[in-house]
Design a protein around this ligand. Structure first.
Ligand SMILES: Cc1cc2nc3c(=O)[nH]c(=O)nc-3n(C[C@H](O)[C@H](O)[C@H](O)COP(=O)(O)OP(=O)(O)OC[C@H]3O[C@@H](n4cnc5c(N)ncnc54)[C@H](O)[C@@H]3O)c2cc1C
Length: 362
């Protein structure tokens, strides 16, 4: 099943994503017809849980393999990271309303003073006749300008000035609600991810996900899933980078011989490849663990950390062996490098992830 399915995915990505990818990078977002074609292909509604998640794992790996990390982030957030909260904790009616593959989703968690440390959260949602009204500002929200709905973290109980996350809720917000303003960030990489500053001025929420004031309880399992997704996407990204490197060092001539004639070059690539094989095997092992309902915080953190940091190392080597041509702003190695850096910050900075691994160490 998996090989045929992988081939099917590649055909869709070759047809829908690759011909438009550079344009999406330039315009800063995936186009509406791209979203539509992907939704129609069925790839945006693959299973989040159970044995069927293996199909998602292959899709995420292949999506990463396109080599466009901004696009993979945009799709990963919309099809996995944001809707995960509804899959995990939403009601049947919320799922029926929001989880159509044609809808673009965003996850609005981070703020100016609340990134790694979410206890500094300042967005508030005040009760209003059975629902809440939101006021605050979120940053770096992928799909921020196009999102049909947003999953937003906000304080729903007055916790005074104490920096604690208790009394926060996860709210689902209709992207068409009055009072939402969106401004796209100019980012170093992930240019197609549509990362935005999103402000909420007395915006009515469409509903609370799970129980009010209990976001803390819901965040950790959802963030573990987010890191599994980020890890699988990064694995595909590293594969793409290593394929490019291998082909370049075999064809590029310096002093009358291919770069790969140098043992140092071959061994550098072999070392990267060896690390890649370990991370890739671990990623699929974790995908299988998730299928069986056994994803844990440490394992997800290990995958996210190793895959995204390997992506940075591989991209740096890619720029180096391409010489100055890899340093040109519009070159593929330059894009891979600036994109790889975002992977070690988004979905939890590497330092936070290391802390998680240390704290859950045996
Ligand atoms: C391209 C991109 C897309 C993103 N998309 C989204 C999105 O869709 N939705 C969303 O809500 N957020 C998103 N984010 C935000 C992301 O989740 C945060 O950037 C991340 O959680 C870190 O928060 P911060 O940027 O506020 O850094 P801070 O928390 O201010 O930390 C700054 C830096 O300090 C270092 N640091 C942190 N803790 C420690 C420690 N314990 N020890 C040593 N050093 C430490 C790290 O290097 C970290 O990068 C995105 C970020 C990027 C870059």
């Amino acid at each position: 099943m998996t090989d045929d399915f992988r081939q099917e995915i590649r055909s869709v990505l070759d047809e829908v994503v690759l011909p438009r990818a550079d344009q999406w990078e330039q315009q800063g977002h995936v186009s509406a017809d791209g979203w539509r074609a992907l939704a129609e292909s069925g790839l945006l509604s693959l299973p989040h849980n159970g044995p069927g998640f293996l199909r998602s794992a292959v899709f995420l790996d292949e999506l990463g393999g396109t080599g466009y990390a901004g696009i993979r982030a945009s799709i990963g957030v919309s099809a996995y990271m944001a809707p995960a909260y509804l899959h995990m904790y939403g009601t049947e009616s919320q799922r029926a309303t929001w989880l159509s593959p044609g809808r673009i989703a965003a996850l609005a968690i981070t703020e100016q003073n609340a990134g790694t440390d979410l206890s500094r959260l300042s967005t508030v949602a005040k009760p209003d006749g059975g629902t809440y009204r939101l006021t605050g500002e979120k940053l770096y929200v992928a799909n921020g300008s196009a999102a049909d709905y947003l999953i937003v973290l906000a304080r729903t109980r007055d916790g005074g000035t104490a920096p604690v996350l208790s009394g926060a809720s996860l709210l689902v917000v209709d992207g068409r609600s009055p009072g939402i303003t969106r401004h796209r960030h100019e980012t170093l990489g992930w240019r197609a991810a549509d990362a935005c500053r999103v402000s909420f001025d007395d915006v009515p929420a469409a509903g609370v996900i799970g129980k009010p004031d209990r976001a803390l309880m819901y965040l950790m399992p959802a963030l573990d899933f987010e890191r599994l997704v980020a890890g699988l996407l990064a694995v595909g990204g590293v594969r793409h980078c290593l394929d490019l490197l291998r082909s370049f060092v075999r064809s590029h001539q310096v002093r009358g011989a291919a770069l790969s004639a140098n043992q140092a070059v071959r061994h550098r690539l072999a070392d990267l490849d060896a690390q890649f094989e370990l991370v890739r095997t671990y990623a699929y092992h974790l995908a299988n663990e998730h299928c069986a309902g056994r994803l844990d915080t440490k394992a997800a953190a290990v995958l996210k950390l190793t895959a995204t940091e390997l992506a940075v190392t591989a991209a740096q080597v890619c720029v180096q062996y391409h010489g100055a041509r890899g340093y040109l702003d519009d070159s593929v190695p330059a894009r891979l490098h600036r994109d790889a850096i975002a992977g070690t910050i988004a979905a939890g900075a590497s330092e936070l992830v290391r802390d998680l691994i240390f704290e859950s160490g045996r």
